[in-house]
Design a protein around this ligand. Structure first.
Ligand SMILES: Cc1cc2nc3c(=O)[nH]c(=O)nc-3n(C[C@H](O)[C@H](O)[C@H](O)COP(=O)(O)O)c2cc1C
Length: 225
């Protein structure tokens, strides 16, 4: 074997090993939720925040956030305000929904992973590990500095399908959840902005959504900077 032939073979083997190493790294960083645990949320605090009139006065969009993590109590209260259970006996929620279908699912994006809010168990259920906030950000990088982003996904199968009427109603219900978030944040001094922009395709792939589960809106949330 000539010198050049041997050198070529060695280079090929090294490239293959590098490729295998790269594939191994990718597999290790895969989006399985196995390394995340269920998070038990706190009981919502009944007596915090400004009056409803002051909260409405303070409500505004923020696009700058402190990167500090939200405390468990703030996250718990935020989710309860967004779409928690406020009448357990009737299984009803802080946000109204068309025909009480309760079709808005809330996903919580953090630097560690993505969770789904289970309002009835008051828990966060792991969905995907890793930082996927870039899918919420889309082209707006300011979103990456918010420690938490809440994504509202309308499960239109609860209306029988993703026809135009169901989409309109699902969008309206998502808007109400988003406004609960906006008002809660205004009332307790957190920063947020309601957003329709996001990487729809990437989110559908990550969250394994079907055609009747539609990402409608998101709210990055953090402490003011
Ligand atoms: C349905 C909806 C979608 C929005 N989408 C975005 C968005 O993708 N990006 C963004 O920066 N702001 C978004 N906003 C925020 C608006 O730009 C903002 O509410 C508006 O400029 C008024 O400012 P204010 O919220 O401070 O009153 C959205 C607001 C709504 C209601």
């Amino acid at each position: 074997m000539s010198y050049f032939c041997a050198k070529y073979l060695i280079e090929m083997i090294m490239k293959k090993q590098l490729l295998a190493f790269g594939v191994g790294l990718l597999a290790a960083a895969s989006v399985s939720a196995q390394d995340l645990s269920t998070i038990q949320l706190n009981t919502p605090s009944a007596d915090r925040g400004k009056s409803i009139m002051m909260s409405l006065r303070e409500r505004h969009s923020d696009r700058v956030f402190d990167t500090k993590e939200l405390s468990l109590q703030d996250l718990s209260d935020l989710l309860w305000a967004a779409n928690g259970v406020n009448r357990p006996g009737e299984k009803k929620r802080t946000a109204p929904s068309a025909m009480n279908k309760q079709e808005i699912d809330l996903y919580v994006f953090t630097k560690d992973g993505v969770y789904k809010y289970d309002a009835f168990q008051n828990t966060l259920q792991p969905v995907a590990s890793g930082d996927h906030r870039n899918l919420i950000a889309g082209a707006q990088d300011f979103v990456l500095s918010a420690p938490v982003s809440l994504l509202m996904v309308a499960d239109l199968s609860k209306f029988g399908g993703a026809d135009e009427h169901s989409r309109t109603v699902g969008a309206a219900d998502a808007g109400i959840v988003s406004q609960n978030i906006n008002l809660f944040c205004a009332g307790v001094g957190l920063s947020t902005v309601p957003r329709a922009s996001m990487d729809q395709k990437g989110l559908k792939e990550l969250l394994k959504l079907n055609d009747t589960q539609v990402p409608m809106l998101n709210n990055p949330v953090g402490y003011p900077k």
